[in-house]
Write a protein that binds this ligand. Structure first.
Ligand code: NAI
Length: 251
């Protein structure tokens, strides 16, 4: 595989789950990867894994809710690898499960701050770095970005917002050769999905999966494959779109 040969990529939330799987696929595709996460040890382990496979990677500790961290992240990619071609803005948190009136303002701001404002911060600096030569950006939304997520109002609002941000920016930056898309994962086997299942009514995740077409949870790699494709030149006619990768949950 060499679909990303010579490209420089940033992946946020790359220490675990879907982000980790994407960072590994990007590196196998030939990209130099900046592995960005707020968790250093697991992030460094991903860098070591990439290096062990003969790839090039760098860890950068970031909290995407900080604009300063996101600016530093893009600068680190440019300083170390000379440019930025690809960004997978994926870091996200689920928050707690409660009725809308009980979500709480602090919780609301925290979820929006990471899941939506975090992507905005990253995009502002990525777009500036890509404007001169073009690039590809993929943002992680969710099935909760296109339909209701009862008892997760803040999360659903943040993910609906990701799709609006993605579409709007795509309209603005097409002329600069920058394609911008979103992915909408369903239930994917990661720490976040486990955490959500534990916080929800027992059996609700199983019921959700039973109602989906493929009747199972996805592997992180199955979501990452879509991201790899969207970031590659094979997706040269694809922008301003959001793609379900949910085993048919929303079909
Ligand atoms: P995960 O919990 O396995 O990985 C998320 C990673 O993001 C972790 O390494 C974490 O340290 C990092 N992170 C969290 N907050 C951060 C911050 N403020 N700054 C930097 N890094 C931060 O979760 P998973 O499932 O891989 O989630 C990735 C994305 O996929 C998220 O945006 C999530 O909302 C989305 N998603 C996941 C689904 C699932 O079923 N796993 C379903 C739909 C969407």
């Amino acid at each position: 595989m060499s679909e990303l040969q010579g490209k420089v990529a940033i992946v946020t939330g790359a220490a675990a789950g879907i982000g980790r799987a994407a960072a590994l696929l990007f590196a196998r595709g030939g990209a130099s990867v900046v592995v960005a996460d707020r968790v250093e040890e697991a992030g460094q382990a991903v860098v070591a894994e990439i290096a062990g496979e003969g790839g090039r990677a760098l860890f950068r500790r970031v909290d995407v809710s900080s604009e300063e961290d996101c600016a530093g992240l893009v600068q680190a990619a440019v300083d170390r690898f000379g440019r930025l071609d690809i960004a997978f803005n994926n870091a996200g948190i689920a928050g707690h499960v409660s009725k809308t009136e009980d979500q709480g303002l602090e919780h609301w701001h925290r979820i929006l701050g990471v899941n939506l404002t975090g992507i905005f911060h990253c995009m502002v600096h990525e777009l500036r770095a890509m404007k001169a030569h073009g690039g590809a950006i993929v943002n992680t939304a969710s099935v909760a970005g296109v339909r209701a997520a009862p008892y997760s109002a803040a999360y659903a609002a943040s993910k609906h917002g990701v799709i609006g941000l993605t579409r709007s920016a795509a309209r603005e930056y097409g002329r600069h050769g920058i394609r911008i898309n979103a992915i909408c994962p369903g239930v994917v086997k990661t720490a976040m999905a486990e955490e959500l299942a534990a916080a929800s009514v027992p059996g609700s995740t199983e019921a959700l999966l039973a109602a989906s077409i493929l009747r199972r949870a996805g592997e992180p790699e199955e979501a990452a494959e879509l991201v790899l494709w969207l970031c590659s030149d094979k997706a040269s006619f694809v922008t301003g779109a959001h793609y379900m990768v949910d085993g048919g949950l929303t079909a």
